[in-house]
Write a protein that binds this ligand. Structure first.
Ligand code: ITT
Length: 199
């Protein structure tokens, strides 16, 4: 009774373990790293939903197990929604969180506080080996700091201050972040489908 987490991002895996435990998923969770033969899934979609479904279907098909995927990113108002689905590779170096964050801060240099609105977005996808699919989304709106703060989380967490908060996401505890995050919201919205389809 295993369930594959179709991600190679260890930070996502850690957050998903906590979120899925809370919504009552009792299956044994295995990361995509347990299936090195599957290789990188080309994220050729143009939306978070499309890319999440691509990743979930690829792992479900290859492993014969139900698979969950997360596609997520930071959407900056003044950049027309960028980096969006390109968030993990914004600097050109996939997964280099520090380089991605530094490039984004440089691009926002001189933008005043009232124009620093942004949100995190997440699409949560479930795929079964027979091709059945479900997807749900979640958002976390906020504003972007000029100077990173906090050691928790990953990616752009040190610069995103959620609406109604005085701290950045990187200054929240893991439980506080999961309670309000785009990822928490998306996977909690997917939970009824998980219960229906995989128990
Ligand atoms: P997988 O495709 O293997 O899941 P990935 O890291 O490449 O891993 P994405 O394409 O979905 O995944 O990119 C997500 C990026 O968006 C991530 O690398 C961060 O830069 C950013 N991001 C997503 N969720 C975040 C969060 O909760 N806090 C901070 N940054 C986040």
């Amino acid at each position: 009774d295993r369930l594959v987490l179709a991600t190679r991002n260890a930070h996502k895996v850690a957050e998903l373990r906590a979120i899925l435990g809370e919504v009552g998923v009792r299956r044994e969770l295995v990361g995509a790293d347990a299936f090195p033969e599957v290789g990188e899934v080309a994220e050729t979609g143009v939306t978070f939903e499309e890319n999440a479904l691509l990743k979930a279907h690829a792992l479900a098909r290859a492993t014969g197990l139900p698979a969950l995927a997360d596609d997520s990113g930071l959407c900056v108002d003044v950049l027309g929604g960028a980096p969006g689905i390109l968030s993990a590779r914004w600097s050109g170096r996939h997964g280099d969180d520090r380089a991605n964050l530094e490039l984004l801060l440089a691009q926002l240099d001189g933008i005043p506080d009232e124009h620093r609105g942004a949100h995190f977005a997440c699409a949560a996808a479930l795929a079964l080996p027979d091709g059945t699919e479900r997807v749900a989304t979640g958002r976390l709106p906020g504003t972007l700091r000029r100077v990173p703060a906090g050691e928790g989380g990953f990616g752009y967490d040190p610069i995103l201050q959620p609406e109604g908060e005085t701290r950045t996401c990187a200054e929240l505890s893991p439980a506080e972040k999961n309670a309000i995050s785009h990822r928490g919201r998306a996977f909690r919205a997917l939970a009824p489908h998980l219960r229906d389809l995989i128990g």
